[in-house]
Design a protein around this ligand. Structure first.
Ligand code: 13P
Length: 247
């Protein structure tokens, strides 16, 4: 099956009003793209991104959301709020949040559910640490992480985007080889096939040191449908080149 590719820029906690404007206009100026393109800026910049990208065909999203609808949850942002700002996506379960904020598989699954309840597509991140890979646990770790979300979403599981991001490849310059990434993507696709009739239409992204130089060989793999890009998403030229590689 040919699936349309998706390239998402995860800006993490980077950016400023003065840096964002040229980055967004650089991405805009390089339209049209033959893949779907989205950026996920920090929350304070979402409204700016929404204004800049309105009617452009480009999409935007948040980097996290609360499991709660509203209430006394200082510092949290709900999926409903993201929907109000036109977010098409929200990243949930990024390894930085799992590690630095002790997010469990169960919590990540609830976040994915909250997102879908407001029409925001969750980009669910899964991935193993270096220690887990070296001890042969890659498959069991990613399956465990994905399984929690599949169960929580039940008949809506086919609506999520999954991003395989090996923790050891994030921000390290060490990319998984296309074959290593494909191997895990195939495992995830098989797990999704057992859960939803939409599995073959679902978008599975790879993330971890994706650069213009390695994007094409990653995108050539059968089950890699695009990328979740960190560092290279902060430079318009690099991000655009990755989007071009997906086309
Ligand atoms: P890098 O592309 O900087 O390795 O980050 C990947 C990532 O974590 C995207 O979510």
């Amino acid at each position: 099956m040919t699936r349309r590719k998706l390239v998402v820029g995860n800006w993490k906690m980077h950016g400023s009003r003065s840096a964002n404007a040229p980055l967004l206009s650089g991405i805009l100026e390089s339209r049209p793209y033959t893949c779907d393109v989205a950026v996920c800026p920090p929350f304070p910049y979402l409204s700016e991104a929404a204004v800049a990208l309105a009617s452009s065909g480009l999409r935007w999203g948040g980097q996290d959301c609360s499991v709660h609808e509203q209430g006394a949850y200082t510092g949290e942002v709900s999926a409903r709020m993201l929907a109000e700002f036109g977010c098409r996506y929200v990243i949930v379960g990024h390894s930085e949040r799992r590690a630095l904020h002790a997010e469990s598989d169960g919590l990540v699954a609830e976040k994915a559910k909250a997102a879908l309840a407001h029409g925001v597509t969750p980009i669910v991140c899964v991935g193993e640490t270096l220690a887990e890979r070296e001890s042969g646990q890659t498959e069991s770790v990613v399956k465990r992480q994905l399984s929690a979300v599949i169960h929580a979403l039940a008949h809506c599981a086919g609506e999520m985007v999954v991003a395989y991001e090996p923790v050891w490849a994030i921000g390290t310059g060490k990319t998984a080889t296309p074959e290593q990434a494909q191997e895990v993507h195939a495992v995830l696709r098989a797990q999704l096939r057992a859960a939803t009739p939409r599995a073959d239409a679902m978008t599975l992204l790879y993330g971890g040191s994706v650069k213009p130089e390695n994007a094409k060989s990653l995108f050539a793999q059968a089950d890699i449908d695009g990328a979740l890009v960190g560092g290279a998403a902060l430079k318009a030229d690099d991000f655009v080149a990755i989007c071009r590689a997906a086309g």
